[in-house]
Unconditional design. Structure first.
Length: 248
């Protein structure tokens, strides 16, 4: 990648529509619009060269411009509930990132993730560049919602294992569960080539064949999908702000 772009193009993705939390990308979280936290994280990342904001929301596009990022108006067909994020991301790059090459690194960031640890974007980029893999995504370790503890609940209330024949796989202490991880939405780094030439036709084909992960600690990333997530993000960011003020 050294012969290509030195830094990544970060694309902050945020649709206007949301059924779970209407207007979540521009909702106020700890004194700022939710998306502002992600835009700032991208701007503060040492590995990021440009920041685009892809959206069909006029308020979010105006926020991007006010913060010094590049607004990238999204096509209507890429802003529906069923639109694929990889398609929207590729069009944002091709329409607004003039001169991007196949091997140039790209960072996908979601506007509805106001809480992510410092340095997370740079960690993802470092692994992408250092290994030459197809993509890098942040993952959080699963706790009490571990797949071994999932079950099926019948219409008559009968509980059966989600998989296998033994409820909870016979494990009743969280400490005894094998490590399991879930993507947390904190960062996704990849190259344009990987994005444009998916490894398969499925919705995750754009992650490529060599997909790698970096781990985040419990609660380090907050993805706004429900009203309770807004409250959690608000509390965490206000605590961070208070600690910052005390340290000055």
């Amino acid at each position: 990648m050294s012969s290509q772009r030195a830094g990544a193009i970060a694309v902050v993705m945020g649709r206007a529509g949301s059924k779970g939390v209407p207007g979540k990308n521009t909702a106020t979280v700890a004194g700022k619009p939710c998306a502002a936290w992600t835009i700032e994280a991208a701007q503060n990342a040492a590995s990021v060269e440009r920041v685009l904001v892809s959206s069909d929301c006029p308020k979010l596009l105006a926020l991007a411009e006010a913060m010094g990022a590049e607004p990238a108006p999204r096509r209507s067909e890429d802003a529906t509930d069923s639109a694929r994020v990889d398609v929207a991301l590729l069009h944002a790059l091709d329409d607004w990132a003039t001169g991007i090459q196949d091997l140039d690194p790209v960072v996908l960031l979601y506007a509805n993730v106001p809480v992510r640890p410092d340095g997370l974007i740079d960690r993802g980029m470092d692994l992408l560049v250092r290994t030459g893999c197809d993509s890098v995504q942040s993952y959080a370790r699963v706790g009490k919602h571990h797949p071994w503890w999932q079950a099926k609940l019948g219409g008559d209330g009968r509980v059966t294992p989600w998989e296998g024949d033994v409820l909870n796989h016979g494990v009743y202490r969280r400490q005894d569960l094998p490590a399991s991880y879930v993507p947390d939405g904190g960062v996704l780094a990849l190259t344009r080539r990987t994005l444009a030439h998916p490894a398969s036709e499925g919705p995750h084909g754009f992650l490529g064949n060599d997909h790698r992960g970096i781990e985040t600690a419990e609660g380090e990333v907050v993805d706004i999908d429900s009203p309770i997530d807004l409250l959690v993000a608000e509390a965490k960011l206000r605590r961070v702000n208070a600690e910052t003020q005390r340290g000055r």
